[in-house]
Ligand binder design. Structure first.
Ligand code: MRU
Length: 343
């Protein structure tokens, strides 16, 4: 399997990001050479998706080291810059995990930092391929239909959100590769439309049958029997399997539970928060209310109304039928806990 879309790439002297805010209208790259530009790109979702921002954070340490050399920073200034990258978004733990993995190598120089960042990317890609196969195997066995599957997905978990290929979308791709995928229902994913703008773009490029639907359609599509399973990604998973993911995921999990169909979460073990026992402690990113009050610079809500914009929600582990990582599949709803099996 090979996939050539790289959301995060090192050029030799700079970080090249696909500007995901411009898609699907334009395919543009951002060349990142300083910490301010990287923090800005992460915060406004030019690079997004938990594993992709982890990779960007890993290379961000190299960016900070290079800038420090150019501008003659003190050790404290360099440490503060790395801390700013680490905190650019709070919910996806991959960002902090990857920065913390690479930053201790600063003392060994740029090559050591870059080698570790390359390893982060390589391992994420490998994990995606393993998860895709394991997730597809599990779904086919559990659904046990004698026809191709119909699945629902939320947000974007594809090549754009990872080192390449994808987590939940990797499972979808694998089903399609096997000729066992009938249709993907793609939630548009308000307010920033990662499903409509990014997932649909990835699927269209590969000729994978899909339809975009409004987020509000998900529950009835699930309960009416139009899909066989929902497959989503994760930004942070706690020891008991509680899963933070894009806002709207919890409603999908509840509908799947009601309809008695599988709700699958696909995420590499780098998404596990070993310090968190349950999802109650997860910091949910609150974003600018302007994202909810309009789109593309046009305000759709009248003056005098405020917006409420939590970017993620937490699905209790007991609603997660299958948690797929590069280490295989855990049936969390049946009592298998990542805290016991993933560490
Ligand atoms: O705000 P975003 O677009 O970064 O949110 C992304 C998600 O919620 C994804 O589902 C998650 O990061 C997994 S990506 C493989």
């Amino acid at each position: 399997m090979k996939h050539e879309l790289h959301a995060v790439e090192w050029t030799g002297s700079a970080l090249l990001l696909i500007d995901q805010t411009a898609l699907p209208q334009a395919f543009e790259r951002l060349e990142i050479r300083d910490v301010d530009a990287l923090v800005d790109a992460i915060a406004r979702l030019a690079v997004r998706g938990a594993p992709a921002i982890g990779a960007a954070g890993a290379y961000g340490v190299a960016i900070a080291l290079l800038q420090s050399g150019r501008e003659g920073w003190t050790g404290d200034e360099l440490a503060a810059a790395v801390a700013r990258i680490r905190a650019a978004r709070p919910t996806a733990i991959n960002l902090a995990v990857c920065v913390d993995r690479v930053a201790p190598l600063i003392g060994q120089g740029l090559d050591a930092v870059l080698n570790e960042a390359h390893a982060v990317v390589r391992e994420d890609l490998e994990a995606n391929y393993v998860m895709a196969r394991a997730g597809a195997d599990w779904l086919l066995k559990r659904v046990a239909a004698d026809r191709p599957l119909r699945v629902l997905t939320h947000c974007n978990t594809g090549a754009l959100a990872t080192a390449g290929w994808g987590t939940a979308l990797g499972v979808v791709r694998e089903l399609h590769r096997r000729g066992l995928l009938e249709m993907v229902y793609v939630d548009e994913t308000r307010p920033l439309l990662q499903g409509a703008r990014l997932t649909a773009w990835e699927l269209a490029h590969e000729g994978i049958p899909h339809r975009v639907q409004v987020d509000g359609a998900a529950a009835s599509v699930i309960v009416s029997g139009s899909v066989d399973a929902a497959v989503v990604g994760a930004d942070r998973i706690t020891m008991n399997g509680d899963t933070a993911n894009k806002i709207g995921t919890l409603g999908i999990a509840l509908a799947c539970d009601y309809a008695d169909i599988p709700f699958m979460v696909a995420a590499p073990t780098t998404t596990l928060d070993v310090a968190a026992v349950t999802g109650e402690s997860i910091h949910i990113e609150m974003r600018d209310e302007a994202e909810v009050l309009g789109y593309g610079g046009l305000r759709s809500v009248g003056q005098g109304t405020r917006g409420h914009n939590p970017a993620f929600d937490v699905t209790p582990g007991r609603l997660v039928s299958a948690l797929v990582s590069e280490r295989g599949v855990l049936e969390v709803a049946s009592g298998e806990l990542p805290g016991e099996r993933w560490q």
